[in-house]
Design a protein around this ligand. Structure first.
Ligand code: ADP
Length: 258
């Protein structure tokens, strides 16, 4: 991948071809390094729960027979870590699938935005009774968008899930859906822990977590937002995050209406 064609400063076809080849090689090299980085990061993330499980199995081996408390606690904690591993592997698979597809090959269906979002909110409200999910869905029932339903559902779930995961005592989540210009806008605002300004630029990166300990406790792997970002890329959509640390966070998704 390090080889390049020597090109002279001339305006002929061969020079142009050489330049094109070199650019292609640059892109390939970049993609290769990104892939390598991904494997490294993923391995690192997989190693943590595996080490914890290993530690508990060693404890069980040493003390398990004589000490039922150690046995019970280690099994409990190992099971927690196994759940984390299952979740992590499933998110890694999703990310890899999403990154592998392009907007050209996905089959789109015309989905009813309002009812789809209403259903997600209803499900969230059912399992998070202590929260007040306030929605303002300012679009007609007939409004449809050509995209895959599961993609929209996945994005909205990731963002609502974060709004709930990173909440504080004010358990209110506001959901606004509207049409603006030639775009569908979905805003989710929470009054939780917020994100420091200097970290806002990084939260869309794979495996990035502002507070590793808190995210880990909540079952977070730092992959949710990067999955949402990749899904939006497929539809030329964007994701924007604004926050005041310690006060609120607002995530805005924007999807062009074809
Ligand atoms: P995770 O699975 O860790 O939640 P995400 O990619 O979804 O991963 O989010 C990355 C990080 O961004 C989180 O670990 C958290 O620190 C921060 N974050 C995301 N959403 C919010 C939010 N609504 N409020 C506060 N912090 C958030």
């Amino acid at each position: 991948l390090t080889e390049r064609v020597p090109v002279k400063r001339q305006q002929d076809e061969m020079t142009e071809l050489g330049m094109m080849f070199n650019e292609l090689m640059d892109d390939l090299e970049k993609a290769f390094h990104q892939q390598q980085q991904f494997v490294e990061d993923a391995s690192h993330e997989l190693k943590t729960p595996l080490s914890v499980i290993h530690g508990h199995l060693s404890l069980i081996k040493r003390w398990g027979k004589d000490n039922p408390e150690v046995l019970e606690r280690s099994i409990y904690l190992s099971l927690n870590e196994t759940n984390r591993l299952i979740q992590l592997v499933s998110e890694l698979l999703t990310l890899s699938r999403v990154e592998g597809s392009s907007s050209r090959i996905i089959s789109k269906e015309n989905i009813h935005i309002k009812s789809t979002i209403e259903d997600i909110i209803e499900n969230f409200q059912t399992v998070n009774q202590e929260f007040q999910l306030m929605s303002n869905l300012n679009i007609s029932h007939k409004f449809t968008l050509p995209m895959m339903k599961r993609h929209l559902v996945q994005m909205v779930i990731i963002i609502l899930d974060n709004a709930i995961k990173y909440s504080k005592d004010r358990k209110i989540v506001e959901i606004n859906v509207k049409e603006s210009g030639k775009k569908l806008i979905i805003e989710v605002k929470d009054y939780g822990i917020g994100i420091p300004k200097e970290e806002l630029a990084f939260v869309l990166n794979r495996f990035y977590r502002v507070d590793k300990a808190r995210s880990r406790k909540q079952g977070g792997n730092g992959l949710g937002l990067s999955i949402a970002k990749r899904l939006l890329d497929m539809y030329q959509g964007t994701i924007d995050i604004d926050s005041v640390y310690g006060e609120w966070t607002k995530v805005t998704i924007s999807i062009p209406i074809e």
